[in-house]
Design a protein around this ligand. Structure first.
Ligand code: PYC
Length: 316
C-alpha cells in the first residue's frame, strides 16, 4: 500500500558541519521487516511520498537528509536508522549519523560515551564526546577500482577512483577547477556531467550498484586540513559537510594507493570550509573508517499535511 502524508510527523533538525539532518521521531508508520535493511526495502515504492514530504520543499529542501528511527537489529544498538534524501533511500550517512547521535543526546536518550546504531548496510558505532563532538565508526570501506577513466562532455578524459564508504563514490580531481563556494553551481554542473558519463559507460560499484556520489578534491584553504572537497549527492544537491561516507571512501582509496597509513589522521575540508577528521582502523582484511565532526540542533517541530494541499508530498 502506498502511504500518503496525512498524520503529523515529529522531527528534530540539526546540521553537521553545515549539512542538515532531519530525524523523524514519530508519526511515520513503522515499516514492516525483520531487519533494518528489510524495513528500508519495504519502504521502497510504498513510502516514497512520505520520504519526499519530509525532506523536500515546501517543508525542507533538496540538501536535507532524513533519518527515520526504526527498531534495531542488535540488542546492543540503541536504534536502527534508515537515511533518505530528495531522490533515494541511502545506505549509510556519516554526517547524518553524527546528527542522529546529537539528536538522541538532545532528547536525553543517550549521554556521552559509546553508542551503537544499525543501518541498512551494517552496524555502526559512535562516541559522543564531552565537548559535543561525535566520532563515528563506519562500515568497512574499500577502493573498488583505481584510475578509472571516462570521457565527460565539456571536460574530456576524467580519471578517478571508484570506492565504497557506506555509499558509492567516484573520487577525482579536476586540475584548473578551483573548489570555491561561489562556483558551486558550476561544480554541480561538472560533477553531474561526470555522473552522467559514468552511467552512460556502465561504470558502477560492486554488483552493478549505481555510483550516485561524485567527489572532487583540491588543495585545502585552511591550514589544519589536508584537502578540500565538493561532493555531489544523489539528486542535484551538494554536501555542505565534508561527507562522512565520502571521507571514508577517500581514506580507503588513499590507503590503497599507499598514501595514508593505518591510524594516520586525514583532515577533510568541505566546500563551505567546515572539517571532518578521520582515520582508518584495520580489522583483519577490512578497513574501518572513523570520522569525527560536530552537529548542532537547529529546530524541533511538527510537520503538518493538509489533505487539500497539492504539495503535501513535496515539490519533486
Ligand atoms: O555524510 O555520508 C555523508 C553524506 C552522504 C550524503 C550526504 N552526506
Amino acid at each position: 500500500m502506498r502511504l500518503e502524508p496525512r498524520e503529523p510527523i515529529e522531527v528534530i533538525d540539526s546540521h553537521t558541519e553545515g549539512e542538515p539532518t532531519r530525524v523523524v521521531l514519530g508519526g511515520w508508520p513503522v515499516p514492516a521487516g525483520a531487519s533494518v535493511l528489510a524495513r528500508r526495502e519495504a519502504m521502497r515504492g510504498a513510502h516514497e511520498a512520505l520520504r519526499r514530504a519530509v525532506v523536500l520543499e515546501p517543508r525542507g529542501h533538496d540538501a536535507v537528509v532524513g533519518a527515520l528511527l526504526v527498531p534495531p537489529d542488535r540488542a546492543e544498538a540503541v536504534s536502527g536508522v534508515v537515511f533518505f534524501n530528495d531522490v533515494a533511500w541511502l545506505g549509510m550517512c556519516g554526517h547524518g549519523t553524527i546528527g542522529v547521535v546529537r539528536t538522541l543526546a538532545h532528547l536525553g536518550r543517550i549521554g556521552p560515551g559509546p553508542v551503537e546504531l544499525d543501518t541498512p548496510v551494517g552496524p555502526v558505532g559512535a562516541i559522543l564526546h564531552d565537548d559535543g563532538a561525535v566520532t563515528i565508526r563506519n562500515v568497512p570501506a574499500w577502493l573498488e577500482r583505481g584510475d578509472v577513466s571516462v570521457e565527460v562532455d565539456g571536460l574530456g578524459t576524467v580519471t578517478g577512483d571508484v570506492a565504497w564508504g557506506g555509499n558509492w563514490f567516484f573520487l577525482t580531481e579536476l586540475p584548473g577547477v578551483p573548489l570555491d563556494f561561489a562556483d558551486r553551481a558550476e561544480l554541480l554542473r561538472l560533477t553531474t556531467a561526470i555522473r552522467t558519463a559514468l552511467r552512460r559507460d556502465g561504470v558502477t560499484g560492486r554488483d552493478g550498484a549505481e555510483i550516485d556520489h561524485v567527489e572532487l578534491f583540491g588543495p585545502p584553504t585552511r591550514p589544519d586540513a589536508d584537502a578540500r572537497n565538493f561532493v555531489l549527492c544523489p539528486g542535484a544537491a551538494y554536501d555542505r559537510s565534508p561527507c562522512g561516507t565520502g571521507t571514508s571512501a577517500k581514506m580507503a582509496a588513499l590507503h590503497a594507493h599507499g598514501r595514508l597509513a593505518i591510524g594516520a589522521e586525514w583532515r577533510q575540508e568541505s566546500i563551505i570550509g567546515s572539517r571532518f577528521t578521520g582515520w582508518l582502523e584495520r580489522h583483519g582484511e577490512e578497513f574501518i573508517p572513523h570520522v569525527r565532526g560536530t552537529a548542532f540542533i537547529t529546530g524541533r517541530g511538527t510537520l503538518l499535511f493538509d489533505p487539500a494541499d497539492p504539495f503535501r508530498s513535496g515539490i519533486a
